[in-house]
Ligand binder design. Structure first.
Ligand code: ADP
Length: 398
């Protein structure tokens, strides 16, 4: 059985066709700049299949048009989706609110409920709904499954998920810490247990998902007990373009003193902050080049990033008491040895020692980078949210 996994963003659709049992990726691709006028010659769809790449140039009006073109590219590349052994379409859905915490078979009612949660995720849930509706229209006979980014954190302890604001106001508006990147934290923490040959329920872990978005989690005996992202994916670590934690008073100050409206503050904190706001670039490879060239702003951005990361590592060491593994994952975590070394420098007293030679190895597989004999295993484990969504979808449809 194959599963088509769809991750529908506000102006993009990422997709993979894969076999969940063997983890074989049959085809994958990305649709970009949906709804934008394009003319710079860059392809708006790149589709990879059987070692070949297929491209589509030209504007794409909306998600439905994008998916229709993707289906044509599947056919062109020798995989007519209507004729494939397609068991399910699995959709990444960002916000499940208090309603969804398991992979869920999509019905009209489920689509309405995901749309209703858009007040909690105005940038993400509407795009997810559009992706689901487009896929349902194109593949009406294939079961569609929604897998929620918040699900893994559904059972956060009350003390970790509660914001200290007026309780009635919080309850009326669904204000609590929900956490995001849950599919990745779930997948990676299970892979850690496998890698260590330990029972998932017996180990305590810190997972550091450091991509363009970034989040950390503390997982005690298989249950998430804290995470950095909150009501929205804006809280916590410094990210590519998001500020992460800040004094909420800054928002009032921006409105009162800088004359910004809510939309401008939202844009500032989500799109023009983080590494980009501090240094002008949000890609870690470019940041590294600027630092090596002596750029002071890039160096400060990096220092702020590491400072915040270490603050949470410290918090989660205390929250867990005993930590068996600390794991780096996602684009930065899997590739940037300097970040890994600096995040955990000087923590030998806590049983944490990164071996410089192991850390410098570039490899796509799960690996240990801590010194032999150090009590805490430090690992690099590639995340694979598509595979996790495909497996969850296949399991649900049987
Ligand atoms: P997301 O899924 O959040 O968009 P990814 O997990 O793909 O993000 O991570 C993207 C980030 O990973 C970018 O900041 C990019 O610079 C960084 N990255 C990718 N490859 C490398 C590398 N070789 N060295 C350092 N950073 C890298």
């Amino acid at each position: 059985m194959k599963v088509l996994v769809i991750n529908s963003g506000s102006s993009s659709i990422k997709y993979q066709l894969l076999e969940p049992d063997t983890a074989t990726v049959v085809a994958s691709g990305v649709v970009q700049r949906i709804g934008e006028s394009v003319g710079d010659g860059a392809p708006t769809i790149e589709h990879s299949c059987d070692g070949r790449t297929f491209e589509h140039d030209g504007p794409i009006a909306d998600h439905a048009a994008g998916l229709r073109l993707v289906f044509e590219l599947f056919t062109e590349s020798g995989h007519d989706l209507a004729a494939e052994d397609l068991g399910a379409v699995g959709h990444r859905v960002v916000h499940g609110g208090e309603v969804f915490y398991e992979p869920t078979l999509v019905t009209d009612e489920v689509v309405r409920a995901i749309a209703d949660l858009s007040t909690l995720a105005p940038l993400h849930n509407p795009a997810n709904v559009t992706g689901i509706e487009s896929a349902r229209a194109l593949l009406p006979d294939v079961p569609q499954v929604a897998v929620f980014d918040t699900a893994f954190f559904h059972q956060l302890p009350a003390a970790a998920k509660t914001y200290a604001i007026d309780a009635k106001t919080a309850a009326a508006h669904g204000i609590r810490k929900y956490g995001f990147h849950g599919t990745s934290h779930d997948y990676v923490s299970h892979r850690v247990a496998e890698f260590l040959g330990r029972d998932y329920a017996d180990i305590n872990q810190i997972v550091l998902h450091l991509g363009n978005g970034a989040s950390a989690s503390a997982v005690r005996g298989g249950r998430a007990v804290d995470t950095t992202m909150g009501l929205t994916p804006l809280e916590g670590l410094v990210m590519g373009t998001r500020s992460g934690d800040l004094d909420p008073g800054i928002i009032f100050h921006l409105i009162r003193a800088a004359g910004m409206d809510v939309g401008q503050v939202d844009d500032l904190l989500n799109r023009d902050s983080g590494l980009k706001g501090l240094s002008g670039v949000n890609d870690f490879r470019e940041l590294g080049r600027l630092i090596d060239a002596g750029d002071a702003a890039a160096t400060l951005a990096y220092d702020v990033y590491i400072h915040r990361l270490r603050r949470y590592i410290g918090a989660y060491l205390v929250a867990l008491g005993r930590v068996d593994a600390i794991t780096f994952t996602a684009g930065v975590g899997e590739n940037d040895a300097r970040v890994r070394a600096d995040a955990l420098a000087g923590l030998a007293g806590f049983g944490i020692e990164v071996d410089p030679e192991r850390n410098a190895v570039r490899d796509r597989s799960a690996r240990r980078i801590s010194s032999d004999g150090a009590p805490v295993a430090v690992l690099v484990v590639p995340t694979n949210e598509e595979l996790a969504i495909a497996r969850a979808s296949a399991a649900l449809v049987g």
